[in-house]
Design a protein around this ligand. Structure first.
Ligand code: ZN
Length: 433
């Protein structure tokens, strides 16, 4: 069954994949993105799609493909004072090609630092503006002397395509759960490699256990990638019953669930229930049209029941979008804990049926069916007893298991177990209405 094992070893596997993907220079298009999808394909059978430059996706257009082989700023002695080969964050992502000489004053306009964290390199992009720039530590900038510098960016912007990958794991029904991670950030671990690698492990776990839903995993660049996927999958929107956007799942922060635009969808109720039952600190965030790709999944014309589950929320940890979001920020234990939380939520959704009480005139006599305080083997007989009474009372065909969990404050697993027992004894049945 989903979510009942110990996922400690998974934390290590997730971390290992993050470490493998970390050095690659990714962007919203280009070979780094392809190489990332290829690496993921070694773990799960990803289907990779290419959307050609110029293709319209809703109100957007696929940009020219960006690739980069080298970039640097050399001082008068010919030393590389800023070197893309040492850290791919040094170049503003999507910078146009360039070869120029300029003095420090002129160059300064194109240099980005984080003054309050003088040892960190910021992460900057210029996807939709033809521009260029370099990012460096404040300490490095302070040490740069006046004089001439040679500035070179060996990048290309040309007709190509945007790549994304997906894997559909069929279940008993074609009703789908969408699991999405953006995959466009270069050497940054928590945002977004933790989400990418955790979903890979989640997909592997799910593919090894029986399940009702069809799980649809999508790995695509932020915004333009999710828009590309959405524009090519309008025909399956009605099948998507639940969804989660994953990123920032490896840091020590508490879990944050951001509600879908629908606010009371089953995914919202399942996530809130699991976090509450976990006994660990957590926070629920109301929907807002800001953040990750939930913005696209929850745009008004699409409005899918897709929430977002992170540890620290995006932008709310100091290392966010800087070189300090590195391998030391993500830890196996937090990755494993995030994976388990995802699995617990999916487990709830898998069995979140509405039941109908088949003996609704008064309480059915549980004793003569061996269901009253005779449940050998269970340590938590009292809770199970109570769970059965709640299930019997609330199962009028209108309330699902999550509603009853919420009302009764009894854990989902107990209610599910009670539902199985009561079904076996012919006292309730799944409502088909
Ligand atoms: Zn980001």
């Amino acid at each position: 069954m989903i979510g009942l094992q110990d996922y400690g070893a998974s934390g290590y596997k997730i971390y290992e994949l993050i470490a493998r993907l970390y050095p690659i220079c990714r962007s919203i298009t280009g070979d780094g993105l392809r190489q990332t999808l290829e690496t993921i394909s070694e773990y799960i059978p990803l289907q990779v799609h290419e959307v050609p430059t110029g293709t319209n996706v809703f109100d957007w257009q696929i940009p020219r493909e960006w690739n980069i082989s080298d970039a640097y700023v050399k001082n008068a002695d010919g030393q590389r004072v800023i070197d893309f080969k040492k850290n791919n964050l040094h170049v503003v992502n999507y910078s146009v090609p360039l070869s120029r000489k300029m003095n420090l004053n002129e160059l300064r306009r194109y240099l980005h630092t984080i003054p309050e964290h003088p040892d960190w390199i910021p992460y900057r992009t210029t996807y939709y503006d033809e521009a260029w720039g370099f990012c460096l530590t404040q300490r490095k900038l302070d040490a740069m002397e006046d004089g001439q510098y040679e500035v070179r960016i060996d990048s290309t912007l040309s007709a190509g395509s945007l790549s994304y990958g997906e894997w559909i794991i069929p279940g008993e029904t074609d009703e789908r759960v969408l699991l999405f991670a953006h995959i466009c950030h270069p050497s940054l671990c928590n945002d977004n490699l933790s989400g990418v690698a955790m979903l890979v492990e989640l997909a592997r776990v799910l593919s090894s256990v029986p399940h009702r839903f069809t799980y649809h995993f999508v790995f695509a660049p932020a915004t333009i990638g999710s828009l590309s996927w959405l524009s090519r999958n309008e025909n399956i929107f009605s099948k998507i019953k639940h969804g989660l956007v994953a990123s920032v799942v490896g840091d020590s922060g508490k879990m944050h669930y951001k509600k879908s635009r629908q606010e009371t969808a089953a995914i919202d109720r399942a996530a809130m229930h699991v976090l509450k039952q976990s006994g660990k600190p957590y926070e629920i965030v109301e929907f807002s049209p800001w953040g990750y790709d939930e913005r696209q999944f929850c745009s008004p014309g699409i409005n899918l029941p897709v929430g977002r589950l992170t540890r620290s929320p995006n932008g709310a940890y100091p290392e966010y979008h800087s070189s300090a979001d590195d391998l030391s920020l993500v830890k196996e234990e937090f990755l494993a804990d995030s994976l388990e939380t995802y699995l617990n939520i999916l487990c709830c959704l898998e069995s979140n049926f509405r039941y109908k009480n088949l003996q609704p005139m008064g309480e059915p006599q549980l004793g003569k069916r061996g269901l009253y305080r005779k449940m050998g083997g269970f340590q938590d007989v009292e809770i199970l007893q109570l769970a059965m009474l709640w299930m019997l009372n609330q199962s009028d065909g209108t309330r699902d298991l999550l509603d009853i969990a919420d009302k009764s404050d009894i854990g989902y697993r107990q209610l599910d177990r009670a539902a199985v027992l009561l079904t076996e004894h012919g006292l309730i049945e799944v409502s088909q209405d």
